[in-house]
Design a protein around this ligand. Structure first.
Ligand code: ADP
Ligand code: MG
Length: 266
């Protein structure tokens, strides 16, 4: 059953995101990542350089094992490159220790994964609120922000539901709300539609496009071409290198595509 609420489009819902297309949010220079497995080493990234400006919507594609997740984990400050430079806004991430990495991650990055990674015995609202526990804000304000984030993904009515009471698409929307609650500069999503049927995937892309329209910078890993078409720029990885990097010419509009897809009844 699809209980789609309209996606709110009030600019005030989202933290003020200056939408100056000249402003560089991510600057990566000659990044290498070598996983040391004792006996062997895996050279997962072999000299990756790129820039991403505020307000971009980038799709990252490439075969399995080409280094996409390794790259996303570095962008998301979950891991550090073995060598090379990574500037996130003004911060040189390569110089940070673990604690500083966690702090910058919590403040600047929202992460959405393929498995929704929600806490099972915790409501949608509480799941969304979790990342705010590390920010120094009071309880009332935390709750207000969590509700605001849930409304942004069209889930304002289901705040007291547990994950098991929500469909896959709704769970992924809670995960997006949770990723947005600290008002990050960048949303990173690694195969977020990997567990979803095609209509639900496009519904998710509608949310991504609406967030991007409001200025949020989004980087999305997908192996599905029709999902990548909703982005503005596509980057293809191969063997740990960028193989192609180009604007998407005929960008698909999720709202329009949804009109052509049947609503499945179950
Ligand atoms: P993708 O997301 O494109 O499938 P990954 O970034 O997951 O690619 O993997 C790139 C390469 O690095 C692969 O050869 C993979 O086996 C290896 N790899 C990824 N993560 C680890 C890890 N934690 N330890 C060792 N090798 C890894
Ligand atoms: Mg991967």
């Amino acid at each position: 059953m699809s209980t789609q609420e309209p996606i709110p489009v009030h600019a005030s819902d989202l933290a003020a995101q200056p939408n100056d297309s000249q402003e560089t949010v991510i600057q990566v220079q000659d990044i290498h990542k070598i996983y040391d497995l004792g006996e062997t080493q895996v050279h997962a990234l072999r000299g990756v350089s790129l820039q991403i400006r505020r307000g971009e919507f980038v799709a990252i594609m490439g075969a399995s094992g080409s280094g996409k997740s390794t790259f996303m984990n570095i962008l998301g400050c979950l891991d550090k490159p073995s060598s090379g430079r990574y500037l996130l806004e003004e911060t040189n991430v390569a110089q940070l220790d673990k604690k500083q990495l966690a702090a910058i991650r919590n403040r600047k990055i929202g992460f959405v994964f393929q498995g929704f990674n929600l806490l099972a015995r915790t409501t949608a609202l509480e799941n969304t609120e979790l990342p705010t526990l590390y920010a120094r804000i009071d309880k009332v304000e935390r709750r207000r922000r969590a509700l605001e984030a849930l409304k942004m993904v069209g889930l304002g009515e289901r705040t007291d539901h547990f994950p098991s009471q929500l469909s896959g698409g709704q769970q992924q929307r809670v995960a997006i709300a949770r990723a947005l609650v600290n008002r990050p500069s960048i949303l990173l999503a690694d195969e977020p539609t990997g567990n979803l049927d095609s209509r639900t995937s496009v519904e998710l892309m509608e949310i991504f496009q609406s967030l991007n329209d409001r200025g949020l910078t989004i980087i999305l890993v997908t192996h599905e071409h029709d999902i990548a078409e909703f982005a503005k720029r596509s980057i293809v990885f191969r063997d740990g290198k960028i193989r192609r990097d180009e604007p998407i010419a005929n960008r698909a509009v999720a709202r329009e595509v949804l009109k052509t897809l049947p609503v499945l009844e179950d």
